[in-house]
Ligand binder design. Sequence first.
Ligand code: ARG
Length: 474
Amino acid sequence: MSEQLWGGRFAKSTDQMINEFQASIHFDKRMYHEDIAGSIAHARMLAKCGIISKSDCTAITDGLKAILVKIEQGNFDFSVDLEDIHMNIEKRLTDAIGEAGGRLHTARSRNDQVALDTHMYLRREILEVQRLILDLQKAFAEVAQKNNDVIMPGYTHLQRAQPILFAHHMLAYCAMLVRDFSRFKGAYERCDIMPLGAGALAGTTFPIDRQYVAEQLNFSAIYSNSLDAVSDRDYIMEFLSAASILMVHLSRISEEIILWCSREFSFIELDDAHCTGSSMMPQKKNPDVSELVRGKTGRTIGHLMAMLTIVKGLPLAYNKDLQEDKEGLFDTIDTVKFSLAVYAQLIRGMKIKKDIMLKAVREDFSNATDLADYLVKKGLPFRQAHAVSGRAVHYCIEQHKWLEDLSMEEYKKLSGLFEADIYDAIKPETCVKNRNSYGGTSYEQVKMQILAAKNIFANEKKQLELYESKQIKI
Ligand code: ARG
């Protein structure tokens, strides 16, 4: 007979191929720390409730700590015959300490155990993801502050629309990431619920104390329905949704970075250390990081779709289908963390080509709205002002001129309301300065946005410290 822990009911051992097919040890071993922390808390609770003896509890706790050291030193022999991380650890514990090890699984099932491990694991990883989001937010705010006088064309339909501050654009990215941060906070809150004690599905006949387990593991709440506790994967779907939205944001940013470092735009240049070349074309400098992040977004969305689809037709309570929750989750965690870390470097290393951006504003008509607004301020209804400005642009296109090039005489022909102050009103700096409505692109508003962002960062940091203090150390 093999090492399997459920051998009693069986006359034959599992077929080797089936064994490998159903095992999860090659991926769930990354939850070893949570599995051990959860088992220690469970054993202490069993002893406190008089379900196992104090000496068994000590033997179990010491044995588990020894296993932790072995795993961290790379001296632990993970066996596929033992299926998953839970049975690998339990079997090695029993091998080492004898009968007491066999008492650990009292009043517990792998169904509530795996749920506990995944909740704890995800709590830890959400903290890491949020840390990296905060750092990337800071990178955007730094770049905004350093380049607070750079003017660029703002776009709609990828057509030059109105002049904006480059800093305003960077702060828009930052604002997207602020929402991401808070989405992960929500995901954390729904993940911070303790499932252990649900047993396989129906609770247990032993007089357990779930509150005590929750306290030891710093959980804020306990699942109040045992069926729900072992069947719930909402917290994973929610994490994957937040991760997908975050990656969609990074992908949109990537698309702009890729455009901006093309020769056609030349608004920015990426650091040599953050690009790659071509094996054939000697002149190439490619924005691979942004392309890869854009590509990996597809992969993350795929994992969300997979998880939703896995759960969609499942009856309560545990079904082995649920084991499929982990690989996509782990891959998403790795992908998101790597993408965020790489992006913070990329953004901090970016060179801003101020003159080229300003030229793109000057040599176009993105001040046409300002021309119309000028007339409105002189009393003309906006609709009429819009028509005059449109005629001015049309005239300029025919004459191969820009709005700034028109003489006072030409302006007077378009409308008697134009006076000498029109030239100042359509300068890029004025267009930007005058958009001083709350949340607008003016120098003043952008300065306020940077101040507000610093406040937000301080609050986010406080939240991270709180989550950090809830991390379980063994
Ligand atoms: N490896 C399993 C999983 O990840 C653990 C739970 C197994 N439970 C069971 N009854 N087979 O879902």
